[in-house]
Design a protein around this ligand. Structure first.
Ligand code: GUN
Ligand code: ZN
Length: 449
């Protein structure tokens, strides 16, 4: 046991967090102090936070790292991303289905090789951390090796990371398609037993989407979802109009795309469906009733021409949702770029109510709100005492324009908006995971602060 790790540590900077977990509103504190401590279970959590002068009195013998002019904020959560598509990013196509066929499926075949998968997993996790993303709900590929590769890398970095083997037993090329449906389900079960709840790792049952799974495979996933209620479920739904037509042909008895998943027992808490752009009120009510969530991926929906997510409709129905990059359909790993895109999309009047999302709303959707979708509220996505110690250190003066605009901000809202609209990976000076400053273990190109 590393004695050093047992120590409490202090982190002095400005603080940004959701002080009242019930409110989607950020609090900002100038010159704060955050105290972290390792628990008996080996997990480093936040023990206290508040004004530096006050908290320091209680923790006078704790060693403190001081970042003046920087702001500590919760690590971001990416609610839907494909690590296996890190190198598919920026591949243009005529919409979702041609994009899958021309770029994504051929590329994902490469993840049968564990060495290749591991090298991509390392790059991907570096990229998440460079962008301040500390937890992700992530698609692997249909290969068991692709799950092992990401889990091993995430475990070595002590990350809270969730992933799963993709299930796809039809309409997929050789080398990616599950050739034996029963085996694909057995592999899923073995991977759950191997990885779920190992350190901070979690497993997600991952049918790719309704068209590429036989009904038998989806039913098998539903049975596993019932057998393992605290395992996550992730898939895609109602992203693109051609895809929806195809699902109607394949599942003619289902009332809707969402109903396909409902009929096989895949709608429940801890089930997160990416996109849900083209769903109706009945679907929204059903998602809300069962406690399932939506991963809203605005850069992907814009890039692939999928459509505009209805934020007002989701709010009205009370469905939980959070933000996601959906790389490689999505075009950026940066939560700031995703929040900016969500703002732009919500404001469009595309035959539905346009909606001006506040910076508090946007930040919530990528941190504490995303944690709520995962059933991890109070664990990640905030800095309240008891939360795990994964946080980012923001430099609001990272670029000349950011510096110019943020220093002129006259309110917290203006300051947050400036970062959301003008920000990218350069805003993140440091990513601290479990009390380990990633700048020390990260890549050589990490910027000095
Ligand atoms: N639907 C099925 N597979 C995928 C995928 O890899 N990306 C996106 N955006 N949608 C999908
Ligand atoms: Zn996706």
């Amino acid at each position: 046991m590393n004695i050093e790790r047992k120590k409490k540590r202090g982190w002095r900077a400005n603080l940004l967090w959701f002080a009242d977990a019930a409110k989607k509103e950020l609090s900002y504190l100038q010159d704060g102090l955050l105290i972290t401590a390792e628990g008996a279970d080996g997990v480093v959590r936040i023990e206290a936070l508040g004004a530096y002068q006050e908290v320091r009195q209680k923790y006078c013998d704790v060693s403190v790292t001081h970042w003046p002019d920087r702001c500590i904020a919760p690590g971001f959560i990416d609610l839907h991303v494909h690590y296996s598509q890190t190198d598919v990013i920026a591949s243009p196509a005529q919409g979702l289905l041609p994009w899958l066929e021309q770029y994504t499926f051929p590329h994902e075949k490469r993840f049968s090789e564990i060495d290749y998968a591991s090298s991509v997993a390392r790059y991907f996790l570096d990229e998440l951390q460079r962008n301040g993303v500390t937890t992700a709900l992530c698609f692997a590929t249909s290969h068991v090796e692709s799950v092992d590769a990401l889990m091993q890398e995430a475990q070595a970095r002590r990350l809270r990371m969730i992933t799963g083997k993709v299930l796809q037993d039809r309409f997929s090329p050789d080398g990616l398609r599950d050739v034996d449906t029963a085996q694909s389900l057995q592999q899923t079960q073995s991977l759950i037993e191997k990885w779920h709840k190992k350190d901070r790792l979690g497993y997600a049952i991952t049918p790719r989407f309704a068209p590429t799974s036989s009904e038998r495979q989806l039913r098998g996933c539903g049975e596993l979802a019932q057998q393992y209620p605290d395992v996550w479920v992730q898939s895609h739904a109602a992203e693109n109009k051609d895809e929806i037509r195809w699902v109607k042909e394949l599942y003619p008895k289902a009332r809707s795309y969402i109903d396909v998943y409902d009929q096989v027992g895949l709608l429940r808490q801890r089930a997160i469906y990416a996109h849900c752009v083209h769903i109706d009120g009945e679907d929204r009510d059903r998602l809300a009733d069962v406690g399932a969530s939506i991963a809203c991926s605005p850069t992907s929906n814009l890039f692939l021409g999928s459509g505009f997510f209805d934020f007002a409709g989701a709010d009205e129905a009370g469905v939980k949702y959070g933000l996601a990059s959906d790389v490689g359909g999505g075009t950026s790993f940066s939560p700031f770029v995703t929040m900016h895109a969500a703002y732009t999309v919500a404001l469009q009047d595309a035959g539905r109510r346009s909606h001006s999302l506040s910076p508090h709303d946007l930040w919530w959707m990528h941190t504490a709100g995303a944690a709520q979708c995962l059933g991890l509220e109070g664990i990640v996505g905030n800095l309240l005492p008891g939360c795990e110690a994964d946080f980012v250190v923001i430099n609001p003066s990272a670029t000349e324009l950011l510096k110019r605009r943020t220093t002129q901000a006259e309110s917290l809202e203006e300051w947050l908006f400036a970062m959301i609209v003008l920000g990218d990976d350069r805003l993140i000076s440091r990513t601290v995971i479990q009390g380990d400053d990633y700048a020390k273990v990260g890549q050589a190109y990490w910027p000095e602060i």
